[in-house]
Design a protein around this ligand. Structure first.
Ligand code: THU
Length: 127
């Protein structure tokens, strides 16, 4: 695994706003040009408004004008590498982020494609 990329996700996790679940998540997304954007989960007293770390990282990159991505790394303090939620898998699919590194804080990780995470998916070409 790319150590710096993992470290960026781990560092982003430190900023998580998760007073309700106490489950902090960090994510980093790398553009095709090699730039890294990060995100953490941000919860809300109106629970359903919570936004995951992965989407916050992707949306930060999009808001900065990025459109082409190489990979995403997500990390949480889990026994096994953390599994991204379904909504985040769909957003990764939207932007063609094919290589996804799932990790835990100890560095245990695995790499998966979005096709593996979200088979037979609906995407931009489906319209
Ligand atoms: N969470 C993420 O940030 N990413 C995921 O893929 C799974 C869930 C967050 C949302 C919420 O703040 C907390 O983890 C517990 O669900």
């Amino acid at each position: 695994m790319d150590k710096e990329f993992f470290a960026a996700a781990l560092q982003a996790r430190e900023k998580a706003y998760a007073p309700y679940s106490d489950f902090a998540v960090g994510a980093a997304v790398k553009t095709a040009g090699g730039k890294v954007y990060t995100g953490c989960n941000v919860e809300n007293a109106s629970y359903g408004l919570t936004c995951c770390a992965e989407r916050n990282a992707i949306f930060a990159a999009i808001a900065a004008g990025e459109r082409r991505f190489a990979s995403l790394c997500v990390v949480a303090d889990t026994k096994e590498p953390v599994a991204p939620c379904g909504a985040c898998r769909q957003v990764m699919r939207e932007f063609g982020i094919d290589r996804v590194i799932l990790a835990n804080c100890a560095g245990k990780h695995l790499a998966m494609t979005v096709e593996e995470l979200l088979p037979y998916s609906f995407g931009p070409e489906s319209l």
